[in-house]
Design a protein around this ligand. Structure first.
Ligand code: C2E
Ligand code: MG
Ligand code: MG
Length: 552
């Protein structure tokens, strides 16, 4: 079949895999692996394999595992059929055809050619531009993982059919790879031609797909790039429509987004930020700032919240909001959080030794969603505690409401383990997400942090004030503490105290400050009964008052 003599191919499976086209090898392997691991769907797969003459030929393999009584696979039986030439143009040995064997749509090679043509045409006749629609199937991985590759393949075929039916004959629908498709919408007058096409495609997905009796709903996210004179190569359009597609995903999927220049600027800025962040980790450019948290009733500093800052070599000190999002996306947040946690624990231990507080000072560290979902979080925290000598009860971990509620089962187990180390748990930005009351009761949480947005509006707006009141009552009933964040004025402070909020942080008391300043603050206040009074008094002496914030 392949032109080889008996001895040309060895008898280890790897000798055979060697001949399979590199682009097809992984998939073939994973299918066989899935079967070895117990999947009972027979293997049915098209792939390319190298003929002795060096060309690749399309084969269809159908195979089944034979198992012994213990269920172990002892043999694979099956057959390989030469299906080369079934697609009219898959005879080019180098690229293995112009059509995607699964969907029968034109493949990337054809697409690139047609894009080149379209670019040339538009250059000649700029009044009749075209657009590129780039889309992929939302959460396609879920389909593959839960229903299997075969069903995934069927879905892709069905999608290809529907999308093609929704397009005009002059348009090119191509499979770009995986679950990605591209459409060249020809001959439009302006962007509306492209958005209308996108609307039509999205409409095709309102009805579920029938995959041999199985009903599956799917949706797609579409990015659109409309031709403009500065586009020179097919890649330019592909890049921009891809960028727009990611926007569409970020906007909640099942929608389309048209690329614009701002988007490009944002992509470039994000790329630069990513590069800078990598360097920042390597060169230790992060600093930990400390914001005191005081008890409302007796004005004692009960501890600090550790907040990261980035000492960028060419820019001012950067606040987390300008880089945390990107750091989360690229995974760098893990290293940042670990650094902050370790540094904060070390610092706190040193302060506890030097300045005796009763109960001992506490430090809160923020944990990102990514970090919280690390299976070894507990071991990591335990390691940091051992290394720094800080007691678990002196550490509080702040997790946002949405991270906890969106991963409720997992979160519950994780919190139990953290509590076993005596660590405090605080829900950050409380009130801004959705909490289930049942979970709030079940979760081992100590503190609710009332979000800055409510605190800042509570005096001006009755609703925010009611929300603060409700959170405080809820916390009281559930036996949890409250901390108000972002307290900026004395009147806010007083109002919060009257509502029975336990502790506060905010610039009324102190902004987040470097470790040396925080230490100086501790030195000044440690002998006082009321730390807060001392802080406010000292500030009155040294700086001009701003608003009513420091008028004590
Ligand atoms: P957060 O945990 O809710 O922290 C409180 C934020 O409010 C801090 O902003 C703090 O500086 C700010 N703030 C404090 N007092 C006032 C005030 O009186 N008025 C106003 N307007 N703001 C005040 P920051 O330091 O910029 O941090 C922003 C967010 O970044 C934090 O919100 C936290 O979610 C995140 N973050 C900070 N450090 C880390 C870290 O080490 N790891 C992770 N994962 N996230 C961090
Ligand atoms: Mg926080
Ligand atoms: Mg917060």
């Amino acid at each position: 079949m392949l032109g080889y003599q008996d001895r040309d191919i060895g008898d280890s499976p790897d000798d055979w895999f060697e001949l399979v086209h590199p682009d097809d090898r992984e998939r073939l392997r994973s299918m066989i692996d899935a079967n070895l691991a117990g999947s009972i769907t027979p293997i049915e797969h098209r792939y390319r394999i190298r003929h002795r003459d060096g060309s690749y030929r399309w084969m269809l393999a159908r195979a089944e595992m034979l198992r012994d009584d213990a269920g172990r696979v002892y043999r694979i039986v099956g057959r390989q059929t030469d299906v080369h030439g079934e697609n009219e143009s898959d005879t080019d040995p180098r690229i293995g055809g112009l059509h995607d064997p699964l969907t029968k749509l034109p493949n990337r090679t054809v697409l690139t050619d047609r894009l080149r043509l379209a670019l040339a045409r538009a250059r000649r006749d700029p009044g009749r531009p075209f657009a590129l629609l780039f889309f992929d199937v939302d959460r396609f991985k879920n389909v593959n993982d839960s229903l299997g590759h075969l069903t995934g393949d069927r879905l892709l075929r069905a999608i290809a059919d529907r999308v093609q039916a929704a397009c005009r004959p002059a348009d090119t629908v191509a499979r770009f790879g995986g679950d990605e498709f591209v459409i060249i919408v020809e001959d439009i007058t302006d962007v509306r031609g492209a958005t209308a096409a996108a609307e039509r495609i999205l409409g095709e997905f309102r009805v579920p797909f029938d995959l041999d009796g199985l009903e599956v709903f799917a949706s797609v996210s579409i990015g659109i790039a409309v031709w403009k004179p500065s586009y020179e190569r097919p890649e330019d359009l592909l890049r921009d429509s891809d960028t727009a597609m990611y926007r569409a995903k970020a906007n909640g999927r099942n929608t389309f987004v048209v690329f614009d220049e701002d988007m490009h600027a944002r992509v470039v800025a994000t790329l630069r930020l990513e590069t800078d962040l990598r360097r920042a980790i390597a060169r230790n450019e992060f600093r930990v700032y400390y914001q005191p948290i005081v008890s409302m009733t007796v004005g004692r500093i009960t501890g600090f919240e550790a907040l990261v800052r980035w000492q960028h070599p060419e820019r001012d000190l950067l606040l987390p909001l300008s880089f945390i999002g990107v750091a989360e996306e690229m995974g760098a947040i893990i290293q940042i959080d670990r650094f902050v946690a370790e540094e904060a624990c070390r610092q706190l231990r040193a302060w506890q030794n030097k300045y005796r507080h009763n109960p001992p000072l506490n430090v809160s560290v923020n944990i990102s969603g990514t970090q919280f979902l690390q299976p070894d979080l507990v071991q990591q925290v335990d390691h940091i505690l051992r290394k720094t000598g800080l007691y678990g009860r002196s550490l509080t971990i702040e997790v946002t409401e949405s991270v906890l509620m969106e991963n409720a089962q997992y979160a519950s187990a994780m919190l139990d383990q953290l509590r076993a180390l005596d660590i405090g748990i605080s829900i950050d930005d409380f009130g801004t997400g959705y909490s289930s009351l049942a979970y709030l009761r079940r979760f081992k949480i100590d503190t609710l942090k009332i979000d800055y947005s409510f605190v800042s509006r509570m005096l001006a707006d009755e609703e925010s004030s009611q929300i603060v009141k409700t959170i405080t009552t809820l916390a009281g009933n559930l036996g949890k503490q409250t901390v108000a964040e972002g307290v900026e004025t004395r009147s806010q402070f007083e109002a919060l105290r009257e509502l029975g909020v336990d502790r506060a942080q905010g610039i009324y008391i102190s902004p987040a400050i470097p470790a040396e300043e925080a230490e100086e603050l501790l030195a000044r206040t440690v002998r006082e009964d009321n730390h807060l009074r001392r802080i406010l008094h000292d500030r009155l002496k040294t700086s001009a008052p701003t608003g009513d914030s420091v008028v004590g």
